[in-house]
Design a protein around this ligand. Structure first.
Ligand SMILES: Cc1cc2nc3c(=O)[nH]c(=O)nc-3n(C[C@H](O)[C@H](O)[C@H](O)COP(=O)(O)OP(=O)(O)OC[C@H]3O[C@@H](n4cnc5c(N)ncnc54)[C@H](O)[C@@H]3O)c2cc1C
Length: 543
């Protein structure tokens, strides 16, 4: 086997595969180097208990760009999304709220709590959709790069024009979303706490923050810029789990001759005179290529794989300060029966079982979860989203039995020391915290605990060890204004190029950030191809 390639990709997550696909399609000889024994990174399906399979990390799909789906012919390769009748079900202490199922239905549901909120809903939805469209439009575009010269000015003008054209109300909404807390933003629209909660929940998903934390409104927006089968803002289930997406992507790569090596961890990026020349594998083997694209996050790439001496001190300082840690705890559970909720009893499959079931009864509950996590490392009453994929997909659990994804927010990336001052690790408390999560679900669905046949726990530390997510950050870095768009990961390197020539970034630590979008992989490949054609033209002229 040769050790020379046109491009090497560090990591076989979905963005690494997307990047590899476009590069190979452009005629390059590409090899993907994946540490695990499975492709897909955080977008995989795995058996977690004998006979029970699930999407073990990411679990629901919306943000994947339609262009990427079409270019990689994912539908021809087995990718299929099932839409849910309603998006979310919120059990509260004395009642419940169902969100989704069309505007008329949502309005009627809100009217049970507040007619004013029901009337405001369509205006809120239209306003959010206008701003989400801006995000949709720029997701597959390279951000203008600070100090990037004429092309960056052109990109800034191109991408700024739709904003300049927006009416004043939309510009005000945009400003609010980028600067306000979710609570302040929602207070401006709605009066009832349950209605605000139904939207506010999105602001704390993958965001180690409360709904009152400034900037949290943006994360709310990040969760609505997607679409499912042409329906804007919808989320759906990938049949066969999220791994079906990356299996299809790997097949698309194979068609263009991409070599994918599993159990092939990269140790270092090889750099000579400020230029990437290849990688050194953990096995000691060296592979060479003029282009290296890192699908791993910026924290791992620049803190672990590139020698600090190959980067300037200012860049090193900024990468040291790059914020990771989404505060997420993720469990997969095998169930003998479906949960029966106190506020909506029944173990037979019903509409609400097919939705995202959100244990976050109130805006104060969500703020308190964050306050607790900062003080003791996790919340006494955690925020939990439950999805029961086996209610819409019978390929994942044995007949009559079920699986649950439990996606839980506000779990400190690193735990505070114990009372006696000694350090505390997630390994010390993961079982105890998993029990608390199960008990919290049980408080709302009293048959849940007894139905658990097996469980898989991913604490923030497990997410780091298993999926290579530094600080357990599900997005490869926090999604605050200081780490978005042209400032993701660092201002001046927001265009997928690192400070080292030939070393690119193609993962979620670049614009437009985390989620199964395929956008960073797509955009990075476009920049690599662009740089390569400039070099080729220069060589051609020199001959
Ligand atoms: C628990 C969880 C829940 C989520 N839920 C959702 C969701 O429901 N919907 C959604 O859209 N998004 C969700 N996300 C976010 C989304 O899954 C990620 O943002 C996205 O999958 C990241 O893709 P990526 O290709 O950029 O990086 P990754 O998937 O992280 O890929 C990086 C790859 O690099 C590999 N790697 C690491 N170290 C090395 C090394 N030394 N050598 C070689 N390879 C290495 C890793 O194994 C991995 O395969 C979730 C994420 C997590 C973790």
């Amino acid at each position: 086997m040769t050790n020379r390639y046109d491009a090497l990709i560090i990591g076989g997550g979905h963005n690494g595969l997307v990047c590899a696909f476009y590069l190979a399609k452009a005629g390059m000889k590409v090899r993907v180097l994946e540490r695990r024994d499975i492709v897909g990174g955080a977008c995989v399906t795995e058996e977690f208990h004998p006979g029970f399979r699930n999407s073990t990390a990411s679990y629901t799909v919306s943000l994947l760009r339609p262009k990427v789906i079409a270019d990689m012919k994912l539908h021809d390769r087995g990718f299929r999304i099932i839409e849910r009748t309603i998006s979310n079900f919120f059990p509260f202490a004395d009642t419940y709220l169902k969100l989704g199922g069309g505007a008329a239905r949502t309005e009627a549901e809100f009217a049970r709590f507040s007619q004013k909120d029901a009337d405001a809903y369509k205006h809120y939805d239209a306003a959010l959709e206008k701003v989400a469209q801006v995000l949709r439009d720029i997701a597959l575009q390279t951000p203008p790069n600070a100090g990037g010269g004429a092309r960056s000015l052109m990109l800034a003008a191109q991408q700024g024009w739709p904003l300049a054209k927006m009416d004043l109300a939309a510009q005000r909404d945009l400003l609010d979303i980028f600067t306000k807390s979710a609570r302040d933003f929602l207070d401006g629209w709605f009066e009832h706490d349950y209605v605000k909660t139904a939207f506010g929940f999105d602001a704390v998903v993958g965001n180690y923050a409360g709904v009152s934390t400034p900037g949290s409104a943006y994360v709310l927006l990040h969760h609505v810029f997607g679409e499912v089968n042409g329906k804007m803002g919808a989320w759906g289930h990938s049949v066969g789990g999220m791994g079906a997406i990356t299996t299809a992507m790997a097949a698309a790569c194979a068609e263009y001759g991409v070599e994918i090596s599993l159990e092939c961890p990269v140790d270092k990026v090889l750099v000579n005179n400020g230029k990437a020349t290849g990688v050194k594998l953990a096995s000691g083997e060296e592979l060479y290529a003029p282009i290296v694209a890192a699908n791993v996050g910026p924290a791992m790439l620049f803190r672990q794989m590139v020698d600090a001496s190959d980067l300037d001190p200012d860049f090193n300082r900024r990468i040291k300060g790059y914020k990771t840690g989404s505060g997420t705890f993720r469990m997969n559970v095998a169930l003998s029966e479906l949960p029966s909720f106190t506020v909506l009893p029944g173990k037979d499959k019903a509409e609400h079982h097919t939705a995202g079931i959100i244990i976050a009864p109130g805006m104060d509950y969500m703020d308190q979860a964050f306050t607790d996590a900062k003080a003791q490392g996790w919340s006494k009453k955690p925020i939990i989203e439950i999805k029961l994929p086996s209610t819409v997909d019978d390929s994942l659990a044995p007949p009559g039995q079920h699986i649950a994804s439990l996606f839980c927010q506000q779990f400190a990336p690193e735990l505070p020391p114990k009372k006696n001052g000694s350090p505390q690790s997630w390994d010390d408390v993961r079982e105890k915290v998993a029990d608390l999560i199960i008990d919290t679900v049980n408080d709302h669905a009293p048959n849940f605990k007894a139905a658990v046949l097996g469980r898989q726990i991913h604490s923030p530390l497990d997410l780091e060890r298993k999926f290579g997510l530094i600080g357990g950050d599900i997005f490869h870095g926090q999604m605050g204004l200081d780490q978005l768009y042209g400032a993701r990961p660092v201002l001046g390197n927001g265009d997928y190029r690192s400070p080292i020539k030939g070393l690119y970034m193609c993962g979620s630590g670049t614009h437009p950030g985390g989620g199964v979008t395929g956008a960073p992989g797509h955009n990075a490949a476009a920049e690599i191809i662009r740089d390569r054609s400039v070099v080729w033209k220069a060589l051609h002229r020199a001959r």
